[in-house]
Design a protein around this ligand. Structure first.
Ligand code: SF4
Ligand code: SF4
Length: 434
């Protein structure tokens, strides 16, 4: 396996910073569950070091140890020596894919994502026929598979959302105008989860922004943010999706790009440029649009919202910090500030609010039981607060926590921050028919 010399030199420089202190162990959700050094950042770095110096082959065991990671940035954010573990793991995955290729399932999904119209069509059919493969979950919130589907990462217990007949981009117009005087114009990057699984979150985001004087443009032809691809080591299709997204949003007459998905936001802010690399012709545009990108909570706090229009919600609310929002984008206070502005609601912090929920993108499809073991700690902390609602800033965490709460018999609901704001503004009363 021939890794570029410049990459090896860069890795060696990073690896030499590791003082083997083991601090990363206490922040690693995989280590907390498996209690195995090999899966910590320290263990992984040791393996990478041995590998690039020719002491290890690219064995199944090595690939498994690099792959068993939720990419939560817990190690990167807390390393006293500043080792960029996240970047090394991502680049190591890329080398593994170059050598071994992707699994059939990932290859099929990534190719479909590349052909957006085909993917749209596939999911519309999926929504139409989901009752054949899935049945309503016992608690009525979502669907469970009728038979185990291990290839697709579904066992019979896992609860997924009811797929809507129409994706968000089919429901909302290209331009949703600000109410009253227009303060800002933004492009809405929906991300796949909100577009295909939770369009109501996207509708709520548009309502909340319009109410606060923001015109929202939702381009129909936007693509996946490519996070599942580049975190799996697939760079070629990822770069093409990034190029298409940059081209689409660069044409819009907007002040900012807004997202409500933690990984999508991080991708725009940082990863697009990193994946493309400095020599790519789109690199300057990726940097420029990255600076224009804001998470929805970050944006709403930045512009200041109409708090007088918020109506009382008598609910006890807690909040889960998504890894890619908190450690990735450093967005921690803004969602709390928004939730605390809802009249008559009570905000209560859960223990380890910034602990990973175990979702980890496609990680939970491949290692569902392990992701549930991590998730069980999260649901226990939610349960301890006695909250009616756990608010999140990411649809992927929302899906995984919803599943976990249902599996563990905990009654709390899971909602996106923007859904709670929309509810408090009274928008849900006239959602029918949108
Ligand atoms: S915390 Fe950083 S320096 Fe310490 S063992 Fe982990 S990677 Fe190495
Ligand atoms: S990114 Fe998270 S899961 Fe992966 S090694 Fe670091 S702390 Fe562990």
């Amino acid at each position: 396996m021939a890794i570029e010399q410049s990459k090896i030199e860069r890795w060696e420089k990073e690896l030499s910073k590791c003082i083997r202190c083991g601090t990363c162990r206490q922040f690693c959700p995989i280590h907390q569950v498996l209690d195995d050094e090999s899966y910590t950042a320290r263990g992984k770095l040791y393996l990478v070091d041995q590998f690039i110096h020719g002491d290890f082959l690219l064995s199944d065991g090595f690939v498994e140890m690099i792959g068993k990671c939720v990419m939560c940035k817990g190690c990167t954010a807390n390393c006293p020596s500043g080792v960029n573990t996240y970047q090394i793991f991502m680049e190591m995955r890329e080398e593994i894919v170059k050598e071994r290729g992707l699994s059939f399932t990932k290859q099929s999904i990534f190719r479909a994502l590349h052909w957006r119209k085909f993917f749209d069509f596939g999911l519309s059919c999926g929504a139409l026929f989901q009752r054949l493969i899935f049945k309503p979950a016992p608690d009525g919130h979502g669907q469970v598979a009728r038979v185990p589907l291990p290839m697709a990462g579904f066992n019979q217990r896992r609860i997924i959302p009811n797929l809507p007949r129409k994706s968000l981009k089919k429901i909302v117009p290209l331009e949703s105008k600000a109410r009253g005087t227009e303060r800002y114009r933004v492009g809405f990057f929906t991300g796949c989860m909100i577009n295909y699984a939770y369009p109501q979150i996207g509708q709520d985001l548009i309502h909340v922004l319009n109410h606060n004087g923001v015109t929202v443009l939702t381009p129909k032809e936007q693509h996946c943010c490519a996070t599942p691809l580049f975190t799996s080591g697939e760079k070629e299709i990822a770069s093409d999706l990034i190029h298409k997204n940059l081209e689409i949003f660069a044409k819009l007459d907007i002040d900012y790009i807004v997202t409500a998905c933690s990984s999508g936001g991080l991708a725009w802010k940082e990863e697009f440029a990193k994946v493309l690399g400095e020599d790519h012709p789109d690199y300057p545009l990726a940097l420029e649009l990255g600076k224009k990108t804001k998470d929805i909570s970050e944006f709403l706090v930045m512009i200041g919202i109409d708090t007088d229009g918020l109506q009382p919600l008598q609910q006890k609310i807690t909040y889960h910090d998504s890894c890619h929002l908190n450690r990735g984008q450093k967005i921690k206070q803004q969602p709390r500030q928004l939730l605390q502005s809802i009249p008559e609601s009570t905000f209560i912090e859960m223990e380890k609010a910034d602990g990973c929920c175990g979702s980890g993108g496609s990680f939970n499809l491949k290692y569902y039981e392990l992701s549930r073991d991590i998730n069980r700690q999260k649901t226990a902390h939610i349960s301890d607060t006695g909250a009616d609602v756990v608010a999140v800033g990411c649809p992927a965490c929302l899906m995984h926590i919803k599943d976990g709460l249902a599996q563990d018999g905990i009654q709390a609901e899971t909602k996106h921050v923007v859904e709670l704001l929309a509810e408090s503004y009274g928008f849900h009363q006239n959602r029918k028919g949108e």
